[in-house]
Write a protein that binds this ligand. Sequence first.
Ligand code: NAP
Length: 489
Amino acid sequence: MTELRRRRDGVQDADLIELRLDTVADPNVAGALSGRRVPVIVTCRSLQEGGLFRGSEEERKSILAEALERGAEFVDIEASAGFSDLISAHRQRIVLSIHDFARMPVDLEDRLRDMRRSGVAIVKAAAMVRSLTDCVPLLKLSRDLESEGAYVLIGLGPAGLVTRALAARFGSCWTYAGDEVAPGQLPARKMIEELHWRRVSRDTALYGVVGNPVMQSLSPAMHNAAFRAIGLDAVYLPLAATDADDFLRFARAFDVRGASVTIPFKRDMFQRLDEADALSRRVGAVNTVRRDGDRWVGTNTDVAGFLRSLDEGGRLAGTRAAILGAGGAARAAAVALSSAGARVSIHARRIEQAETVASLVDGVAATLPPLPGTWDLLVNATPVGMAPNVNDTPLPDYTFDGATVYDLVYNPLETRLLREAAAAGCRTIGGLGMLVAQAEEQFAWWSGRRPPARLFQHVATRCLLESQCTPSARPGSETSDSERRAVSP
Ligand code: NAP
């Protein structure tokens, strides 16, 4: 209880705090409620509904009854619990809830209508969504429920983040935020400051980054900061798609205006578009799409982002450039370098992949590692060395004898590859510059306006430095099953 009260009083950004009495060993209703400065929802979730309460149903009921007697603003009771006497005596302070941590119930609408008949203040459903497309029926359901009283709809899981971030569009009377221990849940501060939760209305234009995984992307912080800075009513969200078609179905239903595309969908998305510009056709991948009328069009700003961040001016002509990896980033780097006159070699663990990318630019395909003495510029376009595997390098025990080493990995800001290359006397470049430059090009392509100078650089650097201090970035900080089960949706 001491911990619960400490956390309750430490919350800064919430209008309402849920007190999970099932998560404490010594539940004490009076202690939970006394001295509160913010209205609360008292919850004591049973094991069956994903909570941690191990006592009897009678004990649970008496905790909830005491919370109501002592004036808790809301008490959450599961529809499956029964407790009908409690519910009918306190309808106006009851949140009647259902939870399904495995799937979206097919009869959700009927169940919510049944729950509504009890006359409670708020009905709440939290159910797992496995794809962005799973959020579409929830949006439709929200329109049907709207005239019937207050409700909260939550899609659990990363794809369900949109149901939290776009609570206004779903008509939910509130949403839940927290310590990121449940997938799809974000801290209140992040929802408010980064995703503009308080400003998002039904009319707010929607953009996002389509990928998987995508929850740790720095792009929402950058693009949302720019939308705010230039006064556009728009929000940019992580969109955890299962594939390109999943995104396109979601985008139609939610009127998405544009999106960044990241691993692993850059090539799939390219193939699904109505139109791709000449540059993305050459690369064979898009990292940026937008809706023009009924059509989806795409471009690739990785190419311009790569060249801008390299900042070599005309000096690339004749440069021997060795690229490690043969994925989407390698393709963009190869096209960029070749268009600037460099002689490109592609080095991959699967030679056939290297050959495919090399053929885009009349380059040479080879295995890893590149032979010393064969390159002036070396570009790492593999994820090796990326957090959390910061001790890895694509070139262990290597002799760096070229001029410049460029690592497209941006987290950490300085990789082991860059440290070792610098120690050998190479000029080194980290991936943050490309991340920033390609995002600036995306923003301009969508909005017709440049983001304020240095804004993206500033925001991305701050987020990276902060992420290196958060518990989730620390090794060994995996959330246990019991913690995950205990969190509120
Ligand atoms: P991708 O399409 O998945 O390609 C990754 C490439 O790396 C593939 O060729 C893969 O080979 C290879 N690879 C993976 N693990 C490897 C290992 N242990 N040893 C050797 N090769 C390995 O990914 P991507 O989109 O190209 O991205 C690659 C990296 O660039 C990521 O770290 C990404 O964050 C970074 N990136 C940065 C920016 C930026 O703006 N700074 C932009 C784009 C990408 P297989 O096919 O054999 O697995």
